[in-house]
Write a protein of this length. Structure first.
Length: 324
């Protein structure tokens, strides 16, 4: 049990009180935000309630297998129901274009697992010890006595495995493994889901990653790994933003690397900085300094500086985190 029961009760009361809900996901949607939001969608639909899942951008191709992924709407096509539930969103900046929907709501609720979440909603269920927002939603199903059917299991499993690196990262909880075990026992086809997530890679992505990784550099005696990608390089491979997923993890996986940095140029001229660490180096601190967010082991922020300044700043901060 990772949920604060009082907070959980306030969410259940909100769900019972309202009839229609807008469910918000975060910018650069991942398996956990989509999985938890779509599982909430199923929970509400089964209670006979009206709901919409709103996402800043079209659902990434690899998550197209999630049940009801085709019903996810862009903020501009959203209805905006009286009660809003955000899933896996550490702060309101994560809503981006959907922020007005949150602000216009009569009542707001947040379901999250980021310890940086200060509780921006009317009711907040934030479990910093949970490996994924999906773990929190799984417990909500149990607390409400709602059976987790096949479709909800696909969503919840997806969030748990993508946020825990297939149940291997340090955030993996015994509860998360127990939940997966239960879903497996109930007949969930985890092989099929894993093939969808990890073994259905577009050719453009493999080529782009080869290019970026062959140009990565080591700094600080090999303890910092840094890779970068420009818009021109992305265009060279016909690559999409989605094709950049996982690059920073490959940088982190290099033997000597303690902190991994991946800097990607956006089409708006900003730079998206992704950070990963191993062995307790807290990269969340670096992201926080620039208005970003995340966890000790995985964090990110957007830089409005030039590429060279961004590189210099983040290398300096990473060295500091490593005690250099
Ligand atoms: Mn998450």
């Amino acid at each position: 049990m990772i949920s604060d029961l009082k907070a959980q009760k306030s969410i259940i009361e909100g769900i019972e009180k309202y009839d229609s809900f807008s469910i918000l996901t975060h910018v650069s949607p991942d398996g956990d935000t989509l999985g938890s939001a779509l599982a909430m969608y199923i929970l509400l639909a089964e209670m006979g309630k009206k709901a919409e899942v709103i996402c800043e951008e079209p659902v990434p191709h690899i998550y197209g297998y999630l049940p009801n992924a085709d019903k996810v709407v862009l903020p501009e096509n959203a209805v905006g129901y009286p009660c809003v539930i955000s899933c896996d969103c550490a702060d309101m900046q994560r809503f981006k274009k959907a922020e007005h929907i949150f602000r216009a709501a009569e009542y707001t609720m947040a379901i999250d697992h980021h310890f940086t979440n200060k509780g921006y909603a009317d009711a907040n269920l934030i479990c910093g010890d949970a490996s994924a927002a999906c773990e929190v939603v799984y417990e909500l199903f149990c607390a409400m006595d709602k059976p987790i059917g096949h479709d909800a299991a696909v969503c919840l499993y997806t969030g748990i495995v993508t946020d825990t690196g297939n149940l291997t990262y340090s955030n993996t909880t015994p509860d998360a493994i127990r939940m997966v075990a239960q879903m497996l026992e109930d007949g969930l086809n985890i092989t099929e889901i894993n093939r969808n997530i990890y073994r259905t890679v577009p050719f453009s992505k493999t080529r782009l990653q080869g290019h970026v990784l062959s140009n990565m550099r080591l700094e600080c005696g090999g303890r910092i790994g840094i890779a970068k990608l420009t818009v021109a390089e992305m265009d060279m491979y016909g690559a999409t933003n989605e094709d950049c997923e996982g690059i920073v993890d490959s940088v982190r996986d290099v033997e000597s690397v303690r902190i991994a940095i991946f800097i990607r140029e956006g089409r708006d001229g900003t730079f998206k900085v992704s950070l990963r660490s191993k062995e307790c180096a807290d990269v969340g601190r670096i992201a926080g300094k620039y208005g970003g967010g995340g966890h000790a082991g995985a964090a990110g922020f957007t830089s409005h500086e030039s590429l060279s300044t961004t590189i210099a700043n983040v290398l300096h901060d990473a060295a500091e985190v490593l005690g250099e």
